[in-house]
Design a protein. Structure first.
Length: 653
């Protein structure tokens, strides 16, 4: 018998691909996608949309003249999906299949399927508003309604129309999602047809608590071990929680308890999953547990739709999520733990019924469920818009205040953003006309929040560009420090020598300088609890930011040990996030007059300086400032005299 040609032997991956629900619909889907300029594709998470659609299009020759872009709200999703599709197509990453995320580009001239964050595609549009290098844009995970995806809806819609008017190669737009407000999307995209993928959802039993739970972490812990004692070991558990810190803490508790279980209770493998986890550790969730051992995954909402894990029989839903909230009256954006929407709760429950019937334990009462909001509020309606407005202005959108948003931002939010950008000197307002200043144009050339771009652009005035570039790079990368809770004392001891009484920015800078001095020595990193991979990334980010500076003809100097210059520069860029110490020892944010506290993780936790600027606010039991820098009141007044002449007096009165 003749052996089949090597390329034709179906690999386990090929078999898996054909088993996906989407495979049945392939001919029909391709038929429709070939004809439609714009389509909305709805299908259960895990049905194969993200990994298969780009390959189907490519194989069928749709959009072959250019590149097919697939956007993802999350950086990790873009990277891991590109890896998966490269594997399925048996090509190496960066050739046919590649990815582009902020500060990292793994594509080449051969790349036809390009996974990217929504933020990156938006950034590219500044130089190419018609998106001419793309023939198809797939806006994936549309139900997440991230700010960047929402802005992209408008940008892509305009590009498509303009290309038609100018007789250019047409742009095909595919919007993909798990569940969403279908009519809203279809209406926005000129009544585009909605294609539904047949799901393969098994029945799921939902359980509620009888009483409201005051401590959802405790409730989760009890539920995990109840299931563990009763269910067969092959049934894995997925727990939805809110963030890294509580996930790591619960993981530790579970591991401790599981060591002391009565006979007859099998072992337990506890795995944490959150966005800032290094990719190699993230991949651990896909590996099956050893035989006889139960896998318990503690995850943020990342496992709601972005990644699909097999073997899950039980879902435990705390009903909580950490997300941003914005108050246009106060101008403050706050990261807070809050209740999920009904749509999110259903999405979470659905993770239990992927392969067989499943069970979902909701750690809240049915009454509480009934009171949840139906859909998650789009980010554009709960975030600070200054970055978006600056971006839209740089895109040359003529009337930014009336941009065609699918969901309108809150009244006042655009206005608040314009005021902030004016304060930063990026915009000018004459009568009702808003224009970008020369500084604003320069700010938009950095892939950074406006205030960080401003800090870099101001740094030559204080002769501290190297330092500010370092600090901004450190803030642009996921945490560079390891804080294993079990080794708290060792961590503190190792860190002491870097701590600056001037705050967290300067402390980070000290660590970064030491890292560079030892050329990133691995041993040094281990001893000092520094994440060497992320630190390496900081260096790469700094190099890229430096390149942008050089293009703008900036003079880059170092101020050496003169840390005052650095802090003055930060004060001039971050003055909207300033807080003042009150006689009773508390702090008040000067912009909103809201009471805030120093986060326990800050090196300034006990110091109580009179004035600080901070990076962000986190609302848990109280409203905490995170990442603080000590500043002088004079510098703040210098930075924005008019603004502070009102604020300082107000805060003191
Ligand atoms: P959808 O976009 O419809 O949610 P995907 O195309 O992302 O579906 O996933 C299809 C299947 O591919 C999933 O069932 C998942 O198990 C598998 N898969 C995706 N990424 C990976 C990965 N990195 N490793 C292993 N399996 C994966
Ligand atoms: Mg997907």
């Amino acid at each position: 018998m003749l052996l089949p040609k090597k390329g034709n032997i179906p690999t386990p991956l090929d078999v898996q691909r054909k088993r996906l629900p989407i495979y049945q619909a392939k001919p029909q889907l391709l038929n429709q996608l070939r004809q439609l300029p714009c389509a909305i594709l709805i299908g259960e998470t895990g049905s194969g949309k993200t990994t298969q659609i780009p390959q189907y299009l490519y194989e069928a020759g749709i959009g072959r003249q250019g590149v097919i872009a697939i956007t993802q709200p999350r950086r990790v999703a873009a990277i891991s999906l590109a890896g998966r599709v490269a594997e399925e197509t048996r090509t190496s990453l960066g050739k046919l299949v590649g990815y582009t995320v902020r500060f990292e580009d793994v594509t080449s001239s051969e790349t036809k399927l390009k996974f990217m964050t929504d933020g990156m595609l938006l950034r590219e549009a500044i130089g190419d508003p018609l998106m001419l290098r793309y023939t198809v844009v797939v806006l994936d995970e549309a139900h997440e309604r991230t700010m960047h995806t929402d802005v992209l809806f408008g940008v892509v819609k305009t590009a498509q129309r303009r290309r038609r008017e100018l007789n250019k190669v047409p742009l095909k737009v595919i919007v993909m999602s798990a569940t969403m407000d279908v009519d809203l999307f279809s209406d926005y995209f000129n009544k585009s047809p909605v294609l539904y993928l047949e799901g393969r959802q098994h029945p799921i039993q939902i359980y509620y608590t009888k009483q409201p739970q005051s401590d959802y972490l405790q409730a989760a812990l009890i539920t995990i071990f109840q299931i563990h004692q009763e269910a067969p070991p092959s049934h894995d558990i997925l727990v939805f929680m809110t963030g890294q810190e509580e996930i790591e803490a619960l993981a530790r508790t579970c591991r401790d308890i599981s060591k002391h279980l009565p006979d007859g209770c099998g072992p337990m493998l506890v795995i944490a999953l959150y966005a800032s986890l290094p990719p190699a550790q993230q991949l651990r969730v896909f590996q099956p547990a050893p035989k006889g051992c139960r896998k318990v995954i503690l995850s943020t909402n990342i496992a709601e739709t972005s990644v699909t894990i097999s073997g899950i029989k039980y879902v435990i839903d705390t009903g909580m999520v950490k997300s941003k909230r914005f108050n246009p009256d106060s101008g403050l954006e706050i990261l807070a733990v809050q209740r999920v929407s009904k749509a999110q709760a259903w999405q979470r429950a659905g993770r239990a019924g992927r392969e067989d019937s499943g069970l979902c334990y909701r750690l809240y009462t049915e009454d509480e469920f009934d009171k949840l909001i139906p859909m998650t509020v789009p980010e554009i309606q709960r975030c600070n818009l200054s970055g978006v407005i600056l971006h839209l202005m740089a895109l040359g959108i003529p009337d930014v205040l009336n941009f065609d948003f699918m969901s309108k931002p809150l009244p006042g939010a655009i206005q608040a953003a314009v005021v902030q950008l004016e304060l930063l000197g990026a915009l000018e307002k004459k009568e009702q006309q808003v224009t970008l200043t020369a500084l604003g144009k320069k700010m938009a050339s950095f892939p950074l929040e406006p205030r960080y771009a401003k800090a870099i652009l101001l740094s030559p005035d204080f002769s501290c560009s190297e330092e500010v570039l370092g600090i901004v790079s450190l803030l642009s990368v996921d945490t560079v420090l390891y804080n294993p809770p079990a080794r708290r004392d060792e961590v503190l001891a190792a860190r002491r020598k870097f701590i600056s009484s001037e705050g967290d920015h300067m402390t980070l800078l000290n660590i970064y300088r030491a890292f560079k001095k030892v050329s990133g020595n691995k041993e040094w990193c281990r001893e000092n609890y520094v994440n060497s991979r992320n630190m390496g990334l900081v260096k790469a980010v700094q190099a890229q930011l430096r390149e942008i500076c050089l293009k703008l003809n900036m003079k880059l100097e170092s101020c050496g040990s003169d840390t005052v210059s650095v802090r003055r520069c930060l004060a001039h860029a971050m003055f909207v996030n300033a807080a003042e110490l009150q006689p009773d020892g508390s702090y008040v944010a000067l912009d909103s007059h809201q009471s805030v506290a120093v986060h326990p993780s800050s090196v300034l936790f006990q110091a109580k300086p009179a004035y600080v600027v901070f990076n962000e606010l986190l609302h848990t039991s109280r409203c905490y400032m995170r990442d603080l820098c000590l500043v002088d009141a004079e510098w703040l007044v210098d930075a924005a005299p008019e603004y502070f002449s009102r604020k300082l007096r107000h805060a003191k009165s």
